[in-house]
Design a protein around this ligand. Structure first.
Ligand code: F6R
Length: 608
């Protein structure tokens, strides 16, 4: 989704700094980029181009740019095609703005302003905010007031950064969309962004404003960043924290893709999670959540995070016997779901900024129940809005296709289930659980070292027509997740199915061009084998993922990926999931797609 970066400070290289920030946001997905800045003659300059950031850089290459204040944007089109004109910043002779989100009543605002003679240049919703603020300024309303007044008039979730050329100051504001500001150690430079990662290594302290808090970045005040309510009284409605992200942590290093790097990070992250949750901060948060003693759990999330929630449901129901409902946030938010006072709402999200998940959380909060996030980004909107937070500690996830976050989300769910069963203080139980996590890490390590087998299978099947991933029980969400990974990065049609369900319709599609990636788990083994036989009888190509010694599974499979389920018990689905991650990765690699930035996708879906 759209990326936002703004710089205010003494550096004359502000454009370079902003471009560096935008580069880091490329992973979020975008289709055009632009910057605006105040040059040495105090003139507003704007450069924007459809396409990759490199197009914009090419345009700027031979310009002799000296600029102190700069704002920049990567656009993911919602209103209006991918053109230079629709790219941000949007500008007139008074203001320059960048926007992330959707202005739902843009059409009405535009019509009203057009009646007043305002001329629009682009097809975007964003420009209506630019002209709304400008309309106020032309009536001599002071800038802060003009922004606050205009912001009240717009509907929907958005964040904006406004550059005011008259004073060279920057303003920023948000509602239901990500926004973070930061200052360097000596307090001489301030940056704003839609993602703290863009500011890694550039700022020392981060500020996460709450909704409808106006940030004013100016050298005229004692503090570089000042926070105001919409009635322009000063406010403390923001969270501040030390910036602990380093740029190095988020570099690709020896790996060809971020996705591969992130798949490889999993064993280490799995090992570190029990350490975090068995002591200190992690332990405290798990204990607080367990004390809520829910009678029922409502899990809401999107995409991969929803599948992680579905695996976790098995823990809450299987281990804790707590009835658990998992629902896609985009559906939950528009239904009239039954929410009882004794329910606990759990929201799973890597980014903590997914619009639908945020709306589902807000709905539960409004109904008075406690809400808990299982999230990766500390300080994200979801993190701030929930009563309690269980961090998944996955580190920055850059690859658009979520991998390590899924594993950590499920494992955090497993730890919560341990806390809910009151066993977190039982030393023997802890040792056993930590050993199980450690065994999972070890098996994943082994898979990664022997990934050649998976790569070879990928090479044999990557150009087949379609794929059915099948699994039963806790492997069913793994089948769904496996198919999602493949669709996302290899651009091939794939579906996840409960193994026993294929014969109720989809089996009509099976022929010699269709692959069935079958998870042959020890649970319900015979049933799974029968399902494979049904597909084989219809000439389907079988890729079995099963126990190394399973002769029958091997015999029935055209390609076989041997694994070792022994001892992993309820964590085994995560292990199989890594096979699917690698399978999707290698198939995409053979197809030559843009693995880290698949077409049409955005890392963090901040619009509905
Ligand atoms: C798939 C993927 C998406 C996200 C979904 C939710 O690989 O990344 O399906 O899982 O958009 O995103 P978060 O977890 O940020 O809420």
């Amino acid at each position: 989704m759209c990326g936002i970066v703004g710089y205010f400070g003494p550096s004359q290289d502000s454009v370079k700094i902003v471009l560096e920030g935008l580069k880091r946001l490329e992973y979020r997905g975008y289709d055009s980029a632009g910057v605006s800045f105040i040059d040495q003659n105090n003139h507003l300059k704007v450069y924007k181009k459809a396409g990759k950031l490199d197009n914009l850089k090419e345009e700027l290459k031979d310009k002799d740019i000296v600029a102190r204040t700069c704002i920049g944007h990567t656009r993911w089109a919602t209103h209006g095609g991918v053109t230079d004109v629709n790219a941000h910043p949007h500008n007139n002779d008074i203001l320059s703005i960048i926007h992330n989100g959707i202005i739902e009543n843009a059409h009405e605002i535009r019509a009203q302003l057009e009646k007043e003679g305002v001329k629009f240049k682009s097809e975007t919703d964003s420009e209506s905010f630019l002209e709304l603020v400008t309309y106020e300024l032309r009536k001599d309303v002071p800038i802060k007031e003009a922004i606050a007044k205009s912001f009240k008039k717009i509907h929907g979730n958005s964040s904006f950064v406004v550059l005011y050329p008259k004073t060279g100051e920057i303003f920023a504001i948000k509602r239901g969309a990500p926004l973070v500001a930061g200052i360097n150690e000596i307090g001489s430079e301030a940056l704003v962004s839609s993602d703290p990662y863009a500011l890694a290594g550039m700022v020392h302290k981060l500020y996460f404003p709450e909704d409808e808090v106006l940030l004013h970045i100016s050298a005229a005040n004692h503090n570089l960043i000042n926070f105001y309510e919409l009635d322009l009284t000063k406010t403390k409605r923001y969270l501040s924290k030390k910036q602990d992200l380093s740029v190095q942590v988020s570099e690709k290093g020896e790996y060809e893709h971020y996705m591969l790097k992130e798949i490889h990070e999993q064993p280490e992250l799995i090992r570190a999670l029990t350490q975090y949750y068995f002591g200190g901060e992690g332990y405290e948060s798990l204990t607080r959540v367990a004390k809520l003693k829910p009678e029922r759990i409502l899990i809401s999330a999107c995409g991969t995070a929803a599948y992680a929630g579905t695996v976790a449901k098995d823990f809450f129901e299987g281990i804790n016997r707590i009835p658990t409902v998992v629902e896609l946030a985009s559906e939950f938010r528009y239904r009239n779901p039954i929410i009882k006072p004794t329910d606990l709402g759990i929201f799973v999200s890597q980014s903590g900024e997914t619009a639908d998940t945020l709306a589902a959380q807000a709905m539960c909060k409004k109904s008075g129940i406690k809400t808990v996030s299982i999230a990766n980004v500390e300080g994200s909107t979801l993190f701030r809005d929930c009563d309690e937070n269980l961090l998944i500690r996955a580190g920055v996830e850059i690859g658009v296709a979520s991998t390590k976050a899924f594993t950590q989300q499920v494992l955090t769910g497993r730890l919560l289930s341990a806390a809910l069963s009151g066993k977190l203080d039982d030393a023997e139980y802890r040792v056993k659980l930590a050993a199980k996590f450690s065994l999972l890490a070890e098996r994943v390590d082994h898979l990664l070292v022997h990934s050649e087998v998976i790569k070879n299978v990928a090479e044999s099947i990557y150009n087949k027509k379609g794929f059915f991933y099948t699994g039963r029980g806790a492997y069913y969400p793994i089948a769904l997740e496996g198919a999602l990974k493949l669709k996302e990065i290899a651009y091939v049609h794939a579906e996840g199915y409960a193994a026993g369900e294929l014969k109720h319709g989809p089996i009509a599609l099976i022929d010699e061009e269709i692959v069935n990636v079958a998870i042959i788990a020890p649970e319900l083994y015979e049933k799974t084998i029968s399902n494979i036989q049904e597909n084989k009888a219809r000439k389907g190509i079988i890729v079995g993922i099963g126990q190394a010694e399973d002769k029958e599974g091997k015999r029935l499979s055209d390609y076989y990926i041997p694994v070792d389920f022994n001892g992993l018990e309820e964590l085994a689905p995560l292990y199989v999931n890594v096979v699917n991650q690698l399978l999707a990765y290698y198939m995409a690699k053979f197809k030559g797609t843009d693995i880290d930035k698949p077409r049409n996708l955005a890392k963090s879906v901040t619009v509905e």
